[in-house]
Design a protein around this ligand. Structure first.
Ligand SMILES: NC(=O)c1ccc[n+]([C@@H]2O[C@H](COP(=O)([O-])OP(=O)(O)OC[C@H]3O[C@@H](n4cnc5c(N)ncnc54)[C@H](O)[C@@H]3O)[C@@H](O)[C@H]2O)c1
Length: 436
């Protein structure tokens, strides 16, 4: 049977490599559409948990997972043997930067090596991990063509970036998908596949166009958030409330989209992906100045927040050395459990070095490991305190880094001695003990 037919009658077997924030929701949706899904992950712990029907991703319900297991549409594996029988292989592995901000494609290459080992005719390979324009054709294509197979005829290869926004609670089926195949046949098959479980699929002319689309989206956010952070710094000096200004600008019915200040743009995507492009651009003797500038401002934001904390404590005759600070929220944005690249990784160790005693509270992160893979020193693991309003009196200052929902921030303003609020969680401006 042709791959087209296998897709149309949902008989194609799908292997997803990387069962994280992107891979797992896809596994559920694809299995719900009727395909059999092999969920592959190198983490044995994750694989065991998936096969027991336990989800570790907020946006994926254990109920959904249990249903696809019961329907015999999903099984997780920590080895790659299932690639032998799969018709479609989707790569959803991390794409970090190394410590010198150089793209680290080792996860993608490793996955591709595994696919290659079990490679067979008529297979469709889709890369979903965010990466620089050129990766699919310059890195992956030569690997699969090595054994004489012809792309678009013997096998199919495409890039299809992911639009998932953890915490947004939007069904995956409603999220658009851009696809760019190496040949017309690759694009058509990839489009056909995603159309089986997504409402809107947008084909583009090449994998490079699709790769650039994803980086454009994330660069747009990094540059705009960094711009508003720069204006927040200036407004601080000028005695203007940036939050009031943004609300006022939002009344314009067109031409303005609001972005909000914070102690840093975090997460696995927005602060990293644009640097995949700036690295690639140098090959064309081109410097992406907006990205570099945005990155520079972003890296400075945690230090600005620390200065704010110290200034506010000083103003209230409390030196940072010996002060007790409660850090509120360690995830990079509200209502999710993902702390990757969050400001807390820099702010907490720095405050500790300055002599502050730090506790943190985060309803989503019970243990905050500062020995994170992207962290250096100090080595430190903190545990979230159990929060009730009475504990606030134990702290000289509460530093709100993440404004998780479900808390009465006005009450916190009333009960805490001092608050530095980097998220405008406290809306009323009547409190003299709050610094926005
Ligand atoms: N998280 C998001 O919101 C989001 C949104 C859009 C795009 N992306 C992109 O999608 C990609 C994946 O991101 P994520 O957030 O899902 O990552 P993640 O860290 O949540 O998940 C990646 C998974 O891959 C596994 N893994 C690592 N190497 C592997 C290998 N060689 N073989 C098999 N499994 C392996 C890890 O154990 C982990 O479970 C990245 O390129 C990211 O930039 C992420």
């Amino acid at each position: 049977m042709t791959l087209e037919k296998l897709i149309k009658n949902k008989k194609a077997k799908v292997a997803i490599i990387g069962m994280g924030y992107v891979g797992l929701p896809h596994a559920i949706e694809i299995a719900k559409a009727g395909f059999f899904v092999f969920g592959i992950d190198i983490s044995k712990q994750r694989v065991a948990s998936l096969n027991k029907g336990k989800s570790y991703i907020d946006d994926v319900s254990a109920q959904d997972l249990k249903e696809i297991i019961k329907a015999k549409k999903f099984k997780a594996f920590s080895d790659f043997k299932s690639l032998k029988t799969s018709d479609i292989a989707i790569i959803c592995v991390p794409t970090p930067l190394d410590k010198n901000k150089i793209p680290d494609l080792s996860y993608i290459k490793n996955s591709a090596e595994k696919i290659k080992k079990h490679f067979h005719k008529n297979e469709l390979i889709i890369l979903e991990s965010t990466t620089y324009p050129g990766t699919t054709e310059e890195v992956l294509l030569p690997m699969f063509e090595e054994n004489g197979f012809k792309v678009g005829k013997d096998f199919y290869l495409a890039f299809a970036p992911e639009h998932i926004d953890p915490g947004r609670k939007m069904p995956l089926a409603d999220i658009s998908k851009v696809v760019g195949g190496v040949t017309k046949e690759c694009t058509q098959l990839t489009k056909l596949f995603y159309q089986q479980f997504l409402k809107y699929v947008h084909p583009v002319s090449s994998p490079r166009a699709a790769e650039m689309t994803k980086i454009l989206e994330n660069t747009y956010r990094l540059v705009n958030i960094s711009m508003i952070n720069e204006l927040a710094l200036l407004c601080g000096k000028m005695g203007i409330d940036i939050w009031e200004v943004i609300e006022a600008a939002k009344t314009k019915p067109y031409g303005f989209q609001a972005f909000y200040p914070s102690a840093k743009v975090g997460g696995h995507c927005i602060p990293l992906d644009p640097f995949y492009l700036s690295w690639k651009a140098k090959e064309y003797n081109f410097w992406t100045r907006f990205i570099e500038l945005a990155g520079e401002i972003n890296e400075q934001m945690p230090h600005f927040t620390i200065t704010k904390v110290m200034t506010f404590l000083n103003r209230h005759k409390k030196p940072i050395n010996g002060s007790k600070i409660l850090v509120w929220g360690v995830t990079y944005k509200k209502d999710i459990a993902d702390p990757r690249e969050s400001a807390a990784y820099e702010i907490i160790p720095d405050l500790i070095k300055k002599g502050a005693k730090i506790d943190y509270f985060d309803p989503y992160v019970k243990e905050f490991n500062l020995n994170h893979e992207f962290q250096k020193k100090p080595k430190l693991v903190l545990k979230s305190i159990k929060y009730n309003q009475a504990v606030l009196k134990n702290y000289d200052l509460v530093l709100i880094l993440t404004d998780h929902s479900g808390f009465n921030y006005e009450e916190i303003a009333k009960k805490a001695k001092l608050v530095v609020d980097t998220r405008n969680a406290i809306k009323s401006r009547k409190y003299k003990n709050v610094y926005w």
